[in-house]
Design a protein around this ligand. Structure first.
Ligand code: GLU
Length: 374
């Protein structure tokens, strides 16, 4: 089976693990390595790709600055370490990207930001806007506020959620292994690397290890979990060895790695999610002009709305009905029911005057919409 080529992707999330980025003995950023990686990212960026980075390393850097002992840290100590280390991490990225003509923007997210619909829409909009401005989001978990029950704890799954949230079509996990093996490579000399995983079967999950490795953050198990999220969201994922200089270039040049392929793409995956798995909380009735625009692939503007029904909140799924009452589709609404009611029939230019605060021009953005028969 042929593997995809990097140049075919439009929006790429690159996840960098702590062990790659932080020199454990010195407790400092491995600058030469990071500079080489930044060269690779600059190549992609110059080539017109959108580049997003999910970077770990705040706890590893912070613990060295604070001179905390080795071994596992208590939650509050790792949170304190993250508070200190994140500054060093973000400034290293910012400096090194800027030397290559790129602007870095720091985004710290919690599990709630990616799982709760309203916050998800906000985080998605900010990431989207940064990328449109050609900046490179540098994303990490907001470890200083995330407590045990509400944290990812590993950046593999976080990166996969970021990839789906940003409608990326590729997630690159740079790791200290070069891919998924059919047996533990450190125990079995005959272990073979799997170059392509077309579908994540029970057999593939078994290869990633059972309960024994469940605690190992960043182990193969979380990587396969990440692959499930990415593939379900319409992104391919590749696990590759990050320990070499220019690790992304190495993938493009055919280095050994494991590709997890998605049968879908980010837009269709997102539309399927909106069409299938969300309970509609209200109805937006639209006029004939708006109905035509929507069917042709446009967004729904407040001007085309005749009436709204239901007690929906911003980010909820609502049905879109035409003037005759027929369902045209459904989508995630950008305003809550009270605001949407005030905006009925209004020009998007008047939103600030009507609501007293600026808001999005679209009542439902076309990327947040699934049409009947899509
Ligand atoms: N967010 C953690 C950090 O920056 C890393 C989590 C992980 O290693 O996956 O240190």
């Amino acid at each position: 089976m042929t593997t995809p080529t990097l140049s075919t992707f439009r929006r790429i999330v690159v996840k960098v693990g702590s062990s790659l980025l932080v020199d454990q003995t010195q407790g400092e950023v491995k600058r030469a390595w990071l500079e080489a990686l930044a060269d690779d990212l600059a190549d992609l960026h110059r080539d017109g790709r959108d580049v997003l980075v999910v970077s770990s390393g705040s706890i590893a850097l912070g613990r060295s600055v604070l001179k905390l002992p080795g071994g596992p840290l208590k939650l509050e100590d790792s949170q304190a370490a993250a508070a200190v280390g994140q500054i060093a991490l973000a400034s290293a990225w910012s400096e090194i990207l800027s030397a290559r003509g790129m602007t870095a923007g720091q985004i710290l997210v919690t599990l709630n930001d990616t799982e709760e619909r309203r916050r998800y829409l906000n985080a998605r909009a900010t990431i989207g806007r940064l990328v449109e401005m050609r900046a490179v989001p540098i994303i990490n978990e907001n470890d200083t506020v995330a407590t045990t029950e509400i944290r990812y704890g590993d950046n593999d799954r976080l990166a996969a959620r970021v990839a789906t949230m940003a409608s990326a079509d590729l997630l690159v996990l740079l790791s200290d292994v070069d891919g998924l093996y059919d047996a533990p490579p450190n125990e079995d000399p005959n272990a073979k690397l799997i170059p392509v995983v077309p579908r994540i079967t029970a057999q593939i999950e078994a290869m990633a290890g059972g309960a024994a490795s469940e605690l190992s953050r960043g182990g193969m198990r979380t990587k396969v979990e990440a692959a499930k999220i990415a593939v379900g969201g319409g992104a391919h994922m590749v696990i590759a060895d990050g320990r070499v200089a220019h690790p992304v270039r190495a993938i493009a040049q055919g280095a050994r790695c494991t590709w997890f392929l998605t049968p879908s793409n980010p837009i269709t995956a997102r539309k399927k999610w909106i069409a299938g798995s969300l309970e509609p909380r209200g109805v937006v009735h639209v006029d004939a002009g708006a109905a035509r625009a929507i069917v042709k692939g446009g967004s729904l503007l407040p001007a085309g709305v005749i009436r709204v029904e239901g007690a929906f909140a911003r980010g909820d799924c609502v049905l879109i009905r035409d003037a005759g009452g027929a369902e045209i589709g459904r989508g995630l609404v950008a305003y809550d029911a009270a605001e949407a009611g005030q905006l009925v029939g209004r020009n998007s230019r008047d939103i600030e005057a009507v609501l007293g605060a600026p808001g999005r021009a679209e009542m439902i953005h076309r990327d947040d919409m699934a049409l009947v028969g899509d």
